[in-house]
Write a protein that binds this ligand. Structure first.
Ligand code: PGA
Length: 258
């Protein structure tokens, strides 16, 4: 296999899970024992915004901490919102945007996701932008069109080409999230390849080569190797399995890339 040209990114999305006891045990016993070289891999975990600070304080290695969602507004009278500026101020450098659960349960449109992404990028955050089709859309052969319809508003909102270096695209088919039904390595690779082609035609060839496109949806320690060895899969966004000791094996799978 040829040498990976992009640094692998392994994200852990804890969703609305975790409490004090879990964090005080999981961070030292799992996160702090992860071993990876910064030049080859980044590990970014996303606890709830309430728990982010504690997790960051307990981490003793190069694991980074991300928010799961961020406000589309700057600071001001927006009750309940966490802003990009606040994240930067507290030393956090990452956020997710557009997770399918935000789109599904909180009615976030692709336009809102694009505004959030722009707000975060303009504040200097790295953003993991989540896209993906649901089962009906896949059955109707609309996977790629749906992904592009979700990415297009983001593309339109990005003020400088250089901001693409701060974007990671997470392809997460909705039918694979939390269901135990992973996309096959070939299914995932096909979408990642097309997304890269789309970036080459619509942004630039360099951006297409440099942008990490990671896969999410029932990634486990068992299927990680077959997925990561696909040419256009640059890492994972892991939900359920990121809360278990097996997360170590998922992080270790990045070694198959090099
Ligand atoms: P899952 O979730 O790994 O539990 O399927 C992935 C995600 O929602 O990011």
């Amino acid at each position: 296999m040829s040498k990976a040209i992009r640094k692998v990114l392994i994200g852990g999305n804890w969703k609305s899970n975790g409490d004090l006891a879990f964090i005080k045990s999981f961070v030292p016993s799992v996160l702090n024992t992860l071993k990876f070289e910064d030049s080859k891999c980044q590990v970014v975990v996303s606890p709830t915004s309430l728990h982010m600070h504690l997790v960051k304080t307990l981490i003793s290695n190069n694991v980074q901490v991300s928010c799961q969602n961020v406000s589309q507004y700057p600071s001001g009278a927006y009750t309940g919102e966490v802003t990009s500026k606040m994240l930067k101020d507290l030393g956090f450098n990452w956020t997710l945007t557009g997770h399918s659960e935000r789109r599904q349960f909180f009615s976030e449109s692709s336009d809102v996701v694009a505004v959030k992404t722009k707000e975060a990028l303009d504040e200097g955050l790295n953003v993991i932008v989540c896209i993906g089709e649901n089962l009906t859309e896949r059955t109707e052969n609309r996977t790629f069109d749906v992904c592009i319809s979700q990415l297009t508003p983001i593309l339109k909102n990005i003020s400088h080409l250089k901001l693409w270096k701060d974007i990671v695209i997470a392809y997460e088919p909705v039918w694979a999230i939390g269901t135990g039904k992973t996309a096959s390595p070939e299914q995932a690779q096909e979408v990642h390849f097309k997304l890269r082609e789309w970036l080459a035609s619509n942004v630039s060839k360099d951006v297409a080569q440099e942008t990490r496109i990671i896969y999410g949806g029932s990634v486990t320690e068992t299927n990680a190797k077959d997925l990561i060895t696909q040419a256009d899969i640059d890492g994972f966004l892991v939900g359920g399995a990121s809360l278990k000791p097996g997360f170590t094996a998922i992080v270790d799978s990045h070694k198959y890339k090099f």
